[in-house]
Design a protein around this ligand. Structure first.
Ligand SMILES: *Cc1c(COP(=O)(O)O)cnc(C)c1O
Length: 430
């Protein structure tokens, strides 16, 4: 079924799938499905692998966890305890970060289309603001002049696994282009901002080192101009997140050491050549930290053979995992109790929603599946639960984390009552 051997935290024990040491069938039985299962161990490993790779080449690094990938409070707590910083894209994410114990100085807010009352909230919270437009900067300065400001640059080079996830380039709404960047720093300097950062984030799911390298080069060139023309020194240079993860068993993983080594060498060389001082090198991974640290378990309700297709109907749809429907993303699927069986059948794995687009996997080779089987959807940790919804009035899934060696329910399954929350019925009567 999988050509590549299962890798940690997945394990094949006599044909049964284990995740971080626990039988996924037993987890499904105990906590019911759909169920996200997370691994504390894997989150820490992913963070530390990246930190060690970067810090081995450049001492002053900071990893900002881009929490829109997964805002589970225990995930945030683990990363806070590891010493991570936090990348927040909304005031709600800032709130989640502060609630998890991140000091405001460790939170960088990178919003777009930001409201003035949100800017006020951010100023009061004391987080660092990364500016996405001149309008945002002007409105911020009417509220307060923070001691630190960063500007999001559009380096006009983008990349990503899907058009929706490319966040730099000529057609994209994010950041400021070169000349506007210079104007914005000039305004900030005049307003007596004391400390500066510079930022880019070119996209998500990047496995192509070259585009990233080119964008870093462009960013540093712009940083040089800001430094030379405005006499601004940067406390930090943030090159964004987007480090890709392979979803398909035939795809290669990101070559982390090559990636880091090329980027850090370029960074060090240019910082030296351009006399940019000793800035922190910041990165903002979301997916890389959390993607393979979680799987989604779902139970087979129906096996339906039509004259045309074989459907496996499961209890997780795009309400639970949006990526396949939203981006056409591939998620590998394993039958939890049939790892040693041959995958001779071709199925469409479909959810319970009343939409034909509710497909988790199309034309997927799987072993013979029967009703009641538990399927594991791999690499579900990033943009899985965080994009889930109550569409079709289906309560959201539960989350269990293998934490300190045992399963812990870290998010209760929503109940019907949760569907009524915050609604008020306008009409009274019998
Ligand atoms: C989404 C996002 C990230 C993280 O992207 P990943 O692909 O999950 O690494 C980083 N920075 C910003 C500003 C983002 O919006």
């Amino acid at each position: 079924m999988v050509k590549r051997k299962l890798c940690e935290p997945l394990e094949n024990r006599k044909g049964s799938l284990y995740f971080d040491g626990f039988s996924v069938e037993e987890l499904a039985q105990k906590y019911d499905t759909p169920l996200y299962v997370l691994s504390e161990k894997r989150i820490r490993e992913n963070y530390n692998r990246l930190y060690d790779a970067l810090a081995g080449k450049y001492k002053d690094v900071r990893i900002y966890y881009a929490c829109k990938a997964n805002t589970n409070l225990t995930v945030l707590k683990i990363l806070q305890l590891e010493g991570a910083y936090l990348d927040a894209v909304s005031p709600g994410e800032v709130f989640m970060g502060l609630s998890s114990g991140f000091a405001p100085e460790r939170i960088l807010f990178t919003g777009t289309s930001v409201r003035s009352d949100e800017l006020k909230f951010l100023v009061d919270a004391g987080v660092t603001i990364n500016i996405d437009s001149q309008s945002e900067l002007d409105r911020l300065f009417k509220i307060a002049v923070p001691s630190t400001i960063s500007i999001r640059v559009n380096p006009e080079i983008g990349d990503g696994h899907h058009d929706h996830c490319i966040t730099a380039g000529p057609q994209v709404k994010f950041g400021l282009c070169e000349e506007d960047v210079l104007k914005a720093y000039a305004v900030a300097k005049k307003a007596r901002v004391e400390r500066f950062g510079i930022h880019m984030h070119i996209g998500s799911g990047i496995l192509n080192i070259n585009s990233y390298i080119q964008a870093v080069e462009k960013l540093l060139g712009i940083a040089k101009r800001v430094h030379d023309e405005l006499d601004i020194t940067f406390d930090f240079i943030d090159i964004g997140g987007g480090f890709g993860v392979s979803y398909h068993p035939d795809d290669d993983d990101l070559n982390l050491s090559e990636f880091v080594s090329k980027i850090v060498s370029l960074f060090k060389a240019k910082v030296k050549e351009y006399k940019l001082g000793k800035p922190f090198l910041c990165v903002e991974p979301g997916r890389y930290i959390i993607c393979d640290a979680s799987i989604l378990l779902t139970t087979v309700n129906t096996v339906k053979l039509t004259p045309y297709r074989k459907f496996i109907g499961v209890d997780a749809g795009f309400n639970t995992l949006a990526r396949p429907a939203m981006y056409g993303s591939y998620h590998h699927i394993l039958a939890a109790n049939k790892l040693n069986s041959k995958s001779n059948e071709t199925f469409d794995v479909v959810g319970p929603l009343c939409e034909s687009g509710d497909v988790l996997a199309k034309d997927r080779k799987l072993p013979l599946i029967v009703e009641g089987d538990v399927l594991a959807v791999l690499n579900a940790g990033a943009y899985g639960f965080s994009m889930s919804s109550q569409y079709n009035s289906r309560p959201r899934a539960a989350e269990v984390m293998i934490c300190q060696g045992k399963p812990v329910l870290v998010r209760e399954r929503e109940q019907f009552q949760d569907l009524l929350l915050s609604q008020r019925v306008a009409l009274q009567g019998e």
